[in-house]
Design a protein around this ligand. Structure first.
Ligand SMILES: [Zn+2]
Length: 269
């Protein structure tokens, strides 16, 4: 099966509109194809947000983060089990996030003409970071930095940046495709409690702005200084920078100084 066939049907699968046999056939492909699996997972997560947010109240973001932090701190076992095995209802987490994201987004990223929000790299990075934490994006490979880089670089046409990070206890990679543009995602666990998520795309795609792009302010700052750093509310920090021909967009719950210190460690430059 071709990925294009899967993509044509992904909405129908999520909405359960296809005959069982066809669904099974398509899902068999998704099980072996990381791109299509990601497509399916994110589509399903989106449906959950859209379906649920009409009926539920959002929780205050402090509550949301304290639940996540408490869960991360208390659980035993591998950090992925901590991340993905916890009891927080993912629908609630996603709804909470949908509200937080809208808040963050409208505060820091004034709507610019043309570009739809889903194409905004900042918005995608924040959404993916939350999806990693809530478990709706699962790692395709958990390994050493070098192995993760090799795994990701095989599929994308840009240099993938998987720096060795001080205090890192786990590193993993995920591939995806956004409207034909290949994306690489790297997730670190640092110092047992912090998650750093790095979204990576070709700099040309990011600057071209037709499929993915940045708000004017971020674009200009990145062009001028090669960096864009914002501490958002809820202790979420986003750092965007250029690495060779690659745009990297890192999100974590650390503060700005902590995060920049990690990201500017010599390996990264
Ligand atoms: Zn596929």
């Amino acid at each position: 099966m071709k990925c294009s066939e899967f993509k044509e049907c992904v909405c129908e699968i999520v909405d359960k509109r296809l005959p069982e046999e066809q669904t099974n056939e398509l899902m068999q492909h998704a099980q072996v194809c990381p791109h299509c699996n990601f497509e399916f997972t994110s589509m399903q997560a989106t449906k959950t947000i859209v379906g649920e947010k009409l009926h539920r109240q959002s929780v205050p973001s402090e509550v949301y983060y304290s639940i996540i932090n408490a869960t991360l701190d208390s659980a035993d076992g591998s950090w992925f089990r901590k991340l993905f095995g916890f009891k927080l209802n993912p629908a609630i987490a996603l709804v909470a996030f949908a509200f937080i994201a809208v808040g963050i987004y409208s505060m820091f990223v004034p709507q610019k003409r043309g570009m739809p929000e889903e194409a905004n790299i900042i918005s995608q990075s924040l959404k993916n970071y939350q999806a990693v934490i809530s478990g709706s994006i699962k790692p395709q490979l958990i390994s050493t930095e070098d192995a993760v880089r090799t795994f990701l670089a095989k599929e994308v046409g840009f240099d993938v940046n998987v720096p060795k990070m001080k205090g890192c206890s786990s590193c993993s990679g995920v591939l995806s495709d956004f409207n034909g543009i290949k994306l690489a995602h790297v997730v670190y666990k640092v110092d047992e409690k912090n998650i750093i998520y790095i979204y990576q795309a070709s700099m040309d795609d990011a600057m071209d702005g037709s499929t993915i792009g940045l708000p004017e302010e971020a674009r200009e700052e990145l062009k001028r200084t090669d960096w864009y750093v914002r501490e958002l509310t809820d202790k979420t920090t986003i750092v965007i920078w250029r690495y060779k021909n690659t745009l990297c967009s890192a999100v974590s719950g650390m503060d700005k100084d902590q995060m920049i210190a990690l990201l500017t460690d010599k390996e990264l430059k």
